[in-house]
Design a protein around this ligand. Structure first.
Ligand code: DGL
Length: 257
């Protein structure tokens, strides 16, 4: 699995819960984050380099645990590699089914919102609901800095979310894997009547389905292990993972491509 940083850990949690006997390799490309304001060719280059690394470590499937990398690179990855590639998609469909007001807000990076995939989702579901797109520049950096509750993060998030609420949104889609870490703050800002949709559990089910289809599921009955690499400071990732999972882990430096 990989992400531009710690965001994919939110997806890893859902996947580990569903597939506890698999081993996982997680790359946080924090040295190159945020991806959200970089050109697609740059993101595709990083995604290919990391996928090559993961396959060299023995990965039997790849999870692109990053919406931005999905929008910029999933076609390239699927064209270049034969292992199953599971990727993120903003959960617009379940949001449209959930919303009572018929107004949903999609929070994501600028790059994801500009993607072809999102344009298609808007076209497909735009007749059933008013789909409001909200780019959230600066939010990935707050999560990378582990500032999930502070004043700066709250102010930033309020600035993105309040206009959506004022326009009647009752359902918010998290279109970036960093954002699930902000759910407690987001729910506090939006209030208890607003539904927040995190696509992590659906991605975990999709991975299990793809592994089953290719008969790649582990038949082990012992708990799987997870190894971590980062292109930034290993101590920082170690701290974040330990806070999140209470796991005592080792983090290695991602070799330069
Ligand atoms: N977690 C990434 C995503 O899902 C963050 C992208 C970024 O680094 O800007 O989009």
């Amino acid at each position: 699995m990989f992400d531009s940083g710690v965001g994919g850990l939110s997806v890893l949690a859902d996947i580990r819960a569903l597939l506890p006997h698999e081993h996982f390799l997680y790359v946080a490309d924090s040295g190159y984050a945020p991806y959200g304001d970089k050109p697609p060719t740059y993101i595709a280059g990083r995604s290919v380099a990391i996928t090559l690394f993961l396959i060299a470590q023995g990965a039997k499937a790849i999870v692109v645990a990053c919406n931005t990398a999905t929008s910029a690179a999933v076609g390239t990855l699927r064209g270049q590699f034969t292992v199953p590639i599971v990727a993120m998609e903003p959960a617009v469909k379940p949001a449209v089914a959930t919303s009572k007001s018929g107004v949903i807000g999609v929070l994501a990076t600028t790059r994801t919102l500009a993607s072809e995939n999102l344009a298609q989702l808007k076209e497909r579901f735009g007749a059933e609901a008013d789909i409001l797109l909200q780019a959230c520049p600066g939010l990935v950096e707050r999560v990378e800095a582990s500032d999930l509750q502070g004043d700066a993060t709250r102010k930033l998030l309020e600035g993105f979310v309040k206009p959506l609420l004022q326009r009647g949104a009752d359902t918010l889609v998290l279109g970036c894997t960093h954002y699930p870490f902000l759910i407690p703050l987001l729910q506090d800002i939006a209030g208890p009547d607003v539904t927040i949709i995190d696509p992590g559990p659906a991605v975990a089910r999709e991975l299990r389905r793809r592994l089953e289809m290719r008969q790649l599921l582990s038949d082990s009955s012992t708990p799987g292990r997870t190894r971590y690499w980062t292109s930034a400071d290993p101590d920082h990732l170690k701290q974040v993972v330990q806070n999140f999972y209470a796991d005592d882990i080792e983090v290695e430096t991602l070799p330069a491509a």
